[in-house]
Ligand binder design. Structure first.
Ligand SMILES: Cc1cc2nc3c(=O)[nH]c(=O)nc-3n(C[C@H](O)[C@H](O)[C@H](O)COP(=O)(O)O)c2cc1C
Length: 169
């Protein structure tokens, strides 16, 4: 799948098959995350891959509306490390770009993914500190649940010409 096709057809997948995701695929997702551009090349992130079923269940128990984690084969956590942020305010943008890289890389490899927003929802951030022992100095930013899709969602064309402006508003 080429990049444009991946962008055009990616959807959020919340139902997964009980088919494990190989270490190789998870390593490729890590590569995609590390390749993300960041302001001043600050790379203000840490990643935590969760592939233990019990831990995924514990996360689902600790966070409301996160039942997709019960079927997920893995979770990909992106944390902000504020100590690595050179310009205040950019780390969130860096880590957001990271999340999109992971979503697109997963989709390109046939893996379904759901971005589970953590920051700034305190209850969710706490769950990651508790269940995955994320250090207090880091901000759990986004958790991406992963699994081979158990649903086939159509691409949606969201292009909106009323939001497009050329040269002048
Ligand atoms: C910052 C962010 C936070 C999100 N948080 C959640 C979430 O907590 N739970 C969830 O089911 N989906 C979450 N999503 C997925 C969105 O609901 C989804 O991307 C949106 O409905 C558009 O659907 P699509 O991804 O299939 O195009 C989140 C997406 C983003 C970008």
């Amino acid at each position: 799948m080429d990049t444009i096709q991946a962008i055009r057809t990616r959807r959020t997948v919340r139902s997964y098959l009980p088919q494990p995701i190989s270490k190789e695929v998870l390593e490729t997702l890590l590569m995609a995350a590390f390749q993300t551009p960041s302001a001043f090349d600050e790379r203000p992130w840490h990643f935590l891959v969760v592939d233990q079923p019990e831990r995924l269940t514990n996360l689902a128990d600790a966070m409301e509306h996160c039942d997709m984690l019960r079927e997920a084969q893995a979770g990909f956590l992106i944390c902000i490390d504020p100590s690595l942020e050179k310009v205040p305010g950019f780390a969130i943008q860096d880590c957001s770009a990271c999340g999109e890289n992971v979503l697109l890389a997963a989709h390109a490899m046939g893996i379904g993914a759901c971005w589970i927003g953590l920051h700034p929802v305190e209850e969710r951030e706490r769950a990651l500190h508790k269940v995955c022992c994320v250090p207090e100095s880091l901000i759990p930013f986004a958790l991406i649940s992963l699994g081979y899709p158990n649903e086939d969602l159509p691409a949606i064309d969201r292009t909106d010409p009323t939001r497009v402006h050329w040269n002048e508003w």
